[in-house]
Design a protein around this ligand. Structure first.
Ligand code: ZN
Length: 253
């Protein structure tokens, strides 16, 4: 069992990457579903610290990756491009070194407002606490667009840009509608769809994209045109069908 001191040693070793923009890969399929690579790749790793039995990796943009090593987790520092066999959970690649996480079952991304804020209910919990998620969405600013809110890890933890787009399409909800305009039933349906799709991916179902990265192409359901536009503070690209996900509109450029 890794103890506090070994975590501090790991934090010290990881300092070789501090200040660098890192390439991020998640070779292990269970880690891939967390969409960490998509959210962290190319960001600067600002600092690394050990807190209790957690390793906190602070990335630019206020994102904090929490790694708890449980029984067998281990961080190793290797030369960039070192050969290895097997599937590590996470690889952070800097100019000369790469940090490799093996067996890291607890890996969570949170937003940091100076201190670690609480994550929302996990979309991959068994079963997910949809009622608690709904409460968090309703406590949020209702003028916020539903597409933006779905990516807020304080409201629901674990949904990334791809599953956001696909879940909204499944539920026939436009990402541009304000929360005030989205019914509880629609919100719950969207969250159920996200959980179903992500659980399926975890169980090895190959994802079929209906809107994600299909801008300009035809909707499989209604024949409408798939559109895309940056959304929210982080300007993540939203994808939706102009035919069957109506309501709200993207801001003018
Ligand atoms: Zn459509």
């Amino acid at each position: 069992m890794p103890e506090g001191d070994s975590l501090h040693r790991a934090a010290r070793r990881l300092q070789v990457l501090a200040g660098q923009r890192v390439e991020v890969e998640t070779p292990h399929p269970r880690a891939a579903t967390k969409q960490l690579a998509e959210r962290l790749d190319g960001r600067r790793l600002e600092s690394v610290e050990a807190v209790g039995k957690n390793l906190l990796l602070h990335f630019e943009g206020g994102l904090v990756l929490r790694s708890h090593l449980r029984m067998n987790g281990r961080w190793r520092i290797e030369r960039r491009g070192a050969r290895r066999s097997g599937q590590p959970w996470l690889v952070l690649r800097g100019a000369e070194h790469e940090a490799v996480l093996w067996n890291g079952p607890v890996l969570e991304l949170a937003r940091d407002g100076g201190r670690l804020r609480h994550l929302g209910p996990d979309i991959l919990a068994t079963p997910p606490d949809f009622a608690a998620m709904l409460n968090r969405f309703r406590d949020e600013q209702q003028a916020r667009t539903v597409g933006d809110a779905l990516l807020d890890q304080r409201l629901v933890a674990g949904i990334g840009n791809m599953w956001k787009a696909e879940a909204l399409w499944q539920a026939r909800v436009s990402p541009w509608r304000a929360l005030s305009d989205v019914s509880d039933e629609e919100l719950l349906e969207t969250l159920h769809q996200a959980a179903r799709l992500m659980r399926g991916r975890l169980d090895g179902v190959r994802p079929l994209h209906h809107v994600y990265r299909r801008a300009g192409r035809m909707c499989h359901r209604c024949g409408g045109v798939i559109r895309s536009h940056p959304q929210g503070e982080a300007a993540r690209t939203a994808y939706w069908c102009a035919g069957c996900q109506v309501g709200g509109r993207p801001p003018k450029a």
